[in-house]
Design a protein around this ligand. Structure first.
Ligand SMILES: Cc1ncc(C[n+]2csc(CCOP(=O)(O)OP(=O)(O)O)c2C)c(N)n1
Length: 348
């Protein structure tokens, strides 16, 4: 009897798991596209670390571990019409939004044709007016009031546009975080705040940053919902983001999504990530790798095979090779262009 019940229970669970992506309205093509968009930033990051050691790059900010959070949220948007206000940990977001690998490589190599800023931006900060990827800067959390302002503008114009903004757990200690959430709550703005909680702000652990366990718990204080989600489960992130997008688009106001995740690499190439985290902790989180988790799901549902996975990796590897070669050979900015777009041109 117990055996039968166990069998029935596991069959029930299997049906539930089986239908998860269908429940979310995600087709096989879309799922594979999401998988590719998670793998691509991981492979780019790995390449960037190698290029740093080869002396080709001077500085790396990478986001290994954050791929499910980025892709799960970005895929819930209307790309090209919704606004994205990212931070430096969002390579997966900008690629999902439509930045090409060449655009990324021109940016990290700081070349003249870098579409994000002609070689002036900090590696990791991208922008494109065509993709509605808003230009952000290095001071943490300052993008949050910008996002609230953009959402206010679209509300005043009566457009059904959503603005999404991203930040880390450390950013929630800045006044900008509280001001932006308060303002967004008062005016019921169509904005989504995504906290990518990887437990550390460089070396400062969450326990030294706040006296609460969940950043999401702060949202009700500003008059809107906060949800905690497994940031390493792309389908659960997508589910939370889809709900938040629907709320925002239907005039119900903001949502704060807290995606619990982990960064596998140091904060940047200027940081030693094991001085404040143990190797055991890093290894524990690697067991919950978002790409591996999604790969397992896709395999269990007959969507991804070893052969297809190999094919996808080879295709992405080639794209990266070509983009690296292209960006490496591209010209550097001219010294006389250093101040272009920095000051207004004098009127004649
Ligand atoms: C206003 C400001 N203070 C300090 C810094 C230096 N700084 C850069 S990133 C960072 C940590 C941010 O941590 P978190 O918001 O948790 O994001 P994570 O890097 O973990 O993704 C700090 C303190 C900065 N850029 N801006």
């Amino acid at each position: 009897m117990a055996h039968m019940r166990n069998k029935a229970e596991s069959a029930g669970r299997a049906t539930k798991v089986k239908t998860k992506h269908k429940e979310l309205g995600l087709t096989r093509e879309k799922l594979l596209d999401m998988y590719e968009k998670m793998l691509l930033p991981r492979m780019i990051s790995e390449r960037m670390w190698r290029m740093l050691r080869q002396g080709k790059l001077l500085f790396v900010v990478s986001s290994e571990g954050h791929e499910a959070t980025g892709v799960g949220t970005a895929y819930a948007l209307n790309m090209g019409s919704d606004y994205i206000v990212h931070y430096y940990r969002d390579l997966s977001v900008v690629l999902a939004a439509g930045m090409t690998v060449k655009d990324v490589m021109l940016q990290v190599f700081g070349k003249a044709d870098d579409p994000s800023g002609g070689g002036r931006e900090l590696p990791g900060l991208f922008c494109s007016s065509k993709l509605r990827l808003v230009s952000t800067s290095s001071p943490i959390a300052v993008q949050l009031p910008h996002a609230a302002g953009i959402a206010l503008a679209s509300k005043i114009k009566g457009e059904k546009i959503v603005t999404i903004t991203y930040f880390g757990d450390g950013a929630t200690s800045k006044g900008d975080f509280h001001e932006a959430l308060n303002f967004a709550g008062i005016h019921k703005l169509p904005v989504i705040f995504v906290c990518e909680n990887n437990k550390y702000a460089i070396s400062v652990p969450q326990s030294k940053q706040m006296a609460i366990e969940n950043v999401a718990d702060r949202a009700p204080g500003y008059g809107f919902p906060g949800v905690v989600v497994d940031g390493n489960d792309v389908l659960e992130v997508y589910r939370a983001a889809k709900e938040a997008v629907e709320r925002a688009r239907n005039g119900l106001g903001p949502t704060l999504i807290e995606a619990k995740t982990y960064r596998y690499a140091p904060h940047t190439s200027n940081d030693d990530g094991v001085r404040y985290r143990t190797q055991e902790e890093i290894e524990e989180w690697k067991k919950k790798d978002p790409i591996e988790k999604f790969k397992q799901y896709l395999k269990e549902h007959g969507i991804l095979s070893e052969a297809l996975e190999k094919e996808i990796r080879a295709k992405l590897e080639q794209q990266i090779d070509e983009a690296v070669d292209f960006a490496d050979k591209a010209p550097l900015p001219k010294p006389e262009d250093a101040l272009t777009h920095v000051y207004a041109e004098p009127r004649r």
